[in-house]
Design a protein. Structure first.
Length: 191
């Protein structure tokens, strides 16, 4: 589910049933793709993986012994088969985690995961319930929608003003940074 719902965006834009829900949902999903990577999450990124016919191993470029424990359930995504899914950890090394794989996969040696895979632990809250994050998401949705409707993102706006030619630049998140400041992940503030 997106942080901003289709109904909320339709109401904010005042478009009623003029556009299909699928079209509006694309904008809501795009806003999540822009906003959520900046927010603090209980996840790590694995840089490589390998597997035997019964076990999968994910490798990290950071020490994970204090992050994961044997018996913990994690959700693995963006790693492909046989790695993706909810897995129970059977081993935790300094820079790796191990778990059982299902099916009859062919054994594969250590190889990089590009782009990085994601390993998520238990989430304590959801950003869809935090008002400041919801408002930031809605603002980004409106900006994306406006950029889609104007010529190259800088045409004449419905109210007669001129659009901003940088509306889809890095300033998109910068405009809502005050709303999301308490929830920003430290690694999103580098650079």
């Amino acid at each position: 589910m997106s942080t901003t719902t289709v109904a909320e965006l339709k109401a904010a834009l005042g478009v009623g049933s003029l556009y299909s829900d699928a079209t509006i949902q694309e904008v809501c999903d795009a806003a999540d793709d822009v906003l959520l990577p900046f927010l603090w999450k209980n996840e790590n990124y694995n840089i490589a993986h390998s597997n035997t016919t019964t076990e999968g191993t994910l490798y990290f470029d950071e020490v994970v012994t204090g992050t994961y424990y044997v018996g913990e359930q994690v959700v693995i995504t963006k790693n492909g088969s046989p790695f993706n899914g909810t897995k129970t950890l059977t081993g935790v090394g300094e820079n790796s985690i191990t778990f059982a794989v299902t099916g009859t996969p062919t054994a594969s040696e250590y190889h990089p995961c590009v782009p990085f895979g994601i390993v998520s632990g238990v989430t304590q809250n959801t950003y869809a319930t935090i008002p400041a994050v919801r408002e930031a998401s809605l603002m980004i949705c409106v900006s994306i929608w406006t950029a889609r409707q104007t010529n190259s993102g800088n045409g004449m706006m419905p109210d007669g003003s001129i659009g901003n030619m940088y509306s889809m630049s890095s300033q998109l998140v910068a405009r809502v940074r005050g709303l999301i400041a308490p929830y920003l992940a430290p690694n999103s503030m580098v650079g």
